[in-house]
Design a protein around this ligand. Sequence first.
Ligand code: NCD
Length: 313
Amino acid sequence: MRHFLSISDLSKAEIEQVLEIATNIEKNWQFCRNMNNKCIASFFAEPSTRTRFSFERAMHWLGGRIVTAADASASSSLTKGESLKDTFRTLGQYSDAIVMRHSDQNWPIIARQFSRVPVINAGSGSGEHPTQALLDLHTIKQKWSNVSGLKILICGDLKNGRTVHSLIELLNLYGLKIYLCPASDNANCDFNIPEKYLSEIPCKTVEICDANDLLPEMDVVYMTRIQKERFKGICGNIDFFKINKDNISKIKENAAILHPLPRNEEISEDIDDDPRADYHERQVRNGLYIRTALLDFMLYTSPMHRNPIRSCS
Ligand code: NCD
């Protein structure tokens, strides 16, 4: 049973395959396979705008079906004390794949053990968000065909932000030079980056005050918000690096400024129209192409399951 719960669930060759399908889909929707006999369960037990809507739109585009819950944390039997194990078993009876988001960072372990259909990780607590990493890489690769050696500055809540954990692992596979600028340590919140994500990955950590000096060297600046909902106590005064009218001029002319969104104060709204700001359009749109490609890849990987390419008349 193939799942996509973590970046390491796909080989580099498979990641390339998904990116290639996404490129072809963007050029020509007829590249999609017909999924009118397939159904996904879209189970989001944490808030989502882009991830959920793009997965569901992707499945519509593929001609497939979706079973979903408006707000799985409130409306599913999880509120009655049902376990994730039983939830996976149930959803597998009604769908060919499950797209799951939940605040427990360990749910992928349960999915791997108990799901009888492929599970795609659409966000696991502070742990991982591998489909976001794929679309971030795709966005970078569209700008530079050879990404090895590119310099990327990743800023924000690097401890609690799951997107950066998956992204660091993925970019390392592609040989980017990674610079990290974590939000400040604080009495109530510990912003250390979990060892797990960094133990074998060479990243250079910079102080917030030094990040401005690095900007002229960076090809990509990747911003993330403080994950306030993950703090048990009060957040207090957290300092974090911000991009605004004062420092944007330091960023290279052909650089890309990315953000998984939602954005808070880390990117000032008055730079949204800057040509380097790729977060509102290119990056968001790539979410749709990548998730469509991933569904195609996951549901038709086995040659046994291959359907003829459909005609999108
Ligand atoms: C992110 C998430 O949910 O992890 N958003 C997303 O899926 N595009 C980032 C965040 O919530 O900060």
